[in-house]
Design a protein around this ligand. Structure first.
Ligand SMILES: c1cc(-c2cnc[nH]2)ccn1
Length: 255
């Protein structure tokens, strides 16, 4: 495989073992194996000097929970940046937090264009603000809910970005076909058997007529998006065919 450049993804987390979920399985696991991405973790505990390997402490001003200490995080980030930057190109340090910019497909495309990423996953109540103001470039959120840490959010980001790397999806499917790439929800999918407890697969999908199938799938995506996520539809500029198909399916749903 000719490889333009390998995207280096460094992770800073006190639970590095979690990241085997993306490095050892699926599309991301294959991308690692094929050398399209490299994932390497640094644990802030490795940068502590006390015998308890302390990475957190009580918050100034009082309040519940603990806050992650600045120095172990700073050292881990600097080491991670050094590795990530060895490959050359731009390296961007990202902190995953509910206070970040909402990650949507457009943002995934932006991050896919960055040569190397350093992902900081916090735990506890959060991290000392001085880490963010001095060593973080961007904060990103995967949604408006509080997780137990940034690790799962970091893995979501890596998965979505990796799918956009040329060749990562293999021959099966191009990212372009992903309905979200067109700003629409996905169409229904079926596989064997043709009939299951009396429930039939839509005839068009058995017709072998690829143009009819393409049109049916687009119509279904448009209808679903209108029904379930009208907010998405407002962001999409429909072409003549899409507008016609949407009108058709909305009329059919009214019958
Ligand atoms: C990114 C990170 C988080 C999060 C990190 N730590 C607690 N929640 C939530 C949503 N998106």
């Amino acid at each position: 495989m000719t490889q333009q450049t390998q995207k280096r993804i460094a992770v800073v987390s006190i639970f590095p073992e979690m990241f085997s979920a993306i490095s050892d399985f699926g599309i991301t696991g294959r991308a690692v194996k094929e050398g399209r991405i490299a994932i390497r973790c640094w644990n802030p505990r490795e940068f502590t000097e006390d015998r308890h390997r302390t990475v957190d402490d009580r918050p100034y001003g009082g309040g519940p929970g603990m806050v992650m200490l600045v120095d172990p995080l700073r050292q881990a980030l600097e080491t991670a940046c050094e590795w990530a930057g060895e490959a050359g190109g731009e390296t961007r340090v990202i902190y995953l937090s509910p206070q970040g910019r909402k990650l949507e497909q457009a943002g995934v495309e932006e991050l896919a264009g960055v040569d190397n990423l350093v992902l900081l996953a916090g735990r506890y109540e959060g991290i000392d603000e001085r880490v963010i103001s001095n060593w973080v470039d961007e904060e990103w959120s995967i949604g408006d809910y509080v997780l137990s840490g940034g690790e799962l959010a970091a893995m979501v980001l890596v998965d979505a970005v990796t799918r956009l790397i040329p060749g990562a999806l293999g021959h099966a499917q191009s990212a372009q076909e992903d309905s979200f790439a067109e700003g629409l929800l996905d169409c229904p999918h079926y596989t064997r058997p043709e009939v299951y407890e009396g429930m039939r697969v839509p005839e068009v999908l058995l017709s072998g007529n690829h143009e009819l199938i393409r049109r049916w799938r687009l119509k279904q995506s448009l209808g679903r998006t209108a029904e379930r996520r009208p907010d998405l539809l407002e962001k999409v500029e429909l072409d003549a065919e899409q507008s016609r198909l949407l009108a058709e399916i909305l009329a059919e749903k009214k019958q």
